[in-house]
Design a binder for this molecule. Structure first.
Ligand code: PMV
Length: 352
């Protein structure tokens, strides 16, 4: 029909890195200075839901997030749209009987199921859902690897939200970025008792965006060069091994060290960037205190902080009472965030 509306919906989960992406070697293509690795959080708990539609009646490309209109004129969003349209165009050229969707404008509607006030990084789930919703709408036959390559151009960390479980983003070697993609380290089922709790230290918007922060760090921090060239490559190997062996002690030590190393690079930036606040530091001390009660001080919880003050604490289900219980008793209901079902957050299994 002439005015037919085409539509597709999808979900994408949030991921929280345990080896951080910080720094671009190519800011146009969103290519990282180092590899990174994350845990995908369950989409029952934290996710973006996105519907993409198109018809001849849609006047212009648009995106709303939680009912607020978003600017999509930026180069990164445009790169995703351009690439997806080109793939659809290729299909239409091969099969002229297909409806001409590539020429139509897109209406994209997104919703996060977690409070925006929680100040959680949402660009990863956001771009992963956007790319997948459009790929579904266009009925593209693309692999998760292809999707991760496209989502990466929207937001680096988004490439890791295309897969479930324990996910790495390889740095890649090629100048065109075609090998800078995500891959599965282990499925969620490999280590199903991993849990996370999120402690909201401030609901305010971060003061230095990740894009600006990365640029300043790359330009001015000598510590960062060392991190990208020496520290992270070794740590990636050790972290993959820890996950393969379900070795929580190594996982925890690496996670905490990498968060601290990333924030040390921020501090080493000119002018210095402070993402952690006093509440963040209190959360670190709390983790240290819990870990110090254990035999041989073997860690049972691990904190990590992104480009903001909120802590994500990883632990195993068997230590739920001690870890989540201690934090909940201290922070109370108002400043924490737990899963929809009143449990703490699990690892998501499926791939988009
Ligand atoms: O994907 P971006 O550009 O929002 O950068 C994310 C950076 C960190 O969250 C701090 C680290 C990471 O690997 O997710």
């Amino acid at each position: 029909a002439e005015n037919e509306i085409y539509r597709a919906s999808t979900y994408a989960p949030v991921n929280i890195a345990v080896i951080k992406y910080w720094g671009k070697r190519d800011s146009k293509l969103n290519l990282p200075s180092n590899a990174s690795l994350s845990v995908t959080l369950s989409q029952d708990d934290l996710r973006t839901h996105t519907t993409a539609s198109c018809s001849k009646e849609v006047p212009e490309d648009s995106l709303t997030l939680n009912n607020a209109s978003q600017d999509i004129s930026g180069a990164r969003t445009q790169a995703c749209l351009r690439e997806l349209r080109a793939l659809r165009q290729e299909m239409e050229d091969k099969d002229p009987s297909l409806p001409k969707l590539a020429a139509m404008k897109l209406k994209i509607v997104s919703e996060n199921n977690f409070p925006t006030a929680a100040g959680l990084a949402s660009s990863a789930a956001g771009f992963a859902a956007l790319v997948r919703a459009i790929a579904n709408l266009y009925q593209l036959s693309v692999s998760p690897t292809d999707l991760s390559r496209i989502a990466r151009q929207g937001s680096g960390s988004a490439c890791r939200s295309v897969l479930g479980g324990y996910v790495a983003w390889q740095k890649g070697e090629k100048p065109d970025g075609s090998d800078s993609v995500a891959y599965e380290v282990s499925p969620a089922s490999h280590w199903p008792d991993m849990r996370a709790i999120i402690l909201v230290a401030s609901a305010e918007k971060k003061d230095v965006s990740s894009t600006a922060g990365m640029q300043q760090t790359v330009a001015s921090s000598a510590l960062f060069q060392h991190r990208a060239d020496e520290v992270v490559p070794k740590r990636m190997k050790a972290m993959e091994k820890a996950i393969h062996n379900r070795d929580f002690e190594s996982f925890a030590v690496l996670t905490m060290k990498d968060s601290n190393n990333f924030h040390a690079c921020c501090l080493d930036t000119q002018p210095p960037i402070f993402y952690m606040n006093d509440t963040s530091k209190a959360a670190i001390r709390m983790c240290e205190a819990i870990n110090s009660t254990q035999p041989d001080e073997k860690p049972i919880c691990a904190y990590t902080f992104d480009a903001g003050p909120n802590a994500v604490v990883y632990y195993l289900a068997e230590h739920e009472d001690l870890v989540a219980g201690t934090f909940k008793a201290i922070v109370g209901d108002k400043t924490g965030w737990e899963g929809n079902r009143g449990q703490n957050i699990k690892v998501r299994s499926e791939t988009l």
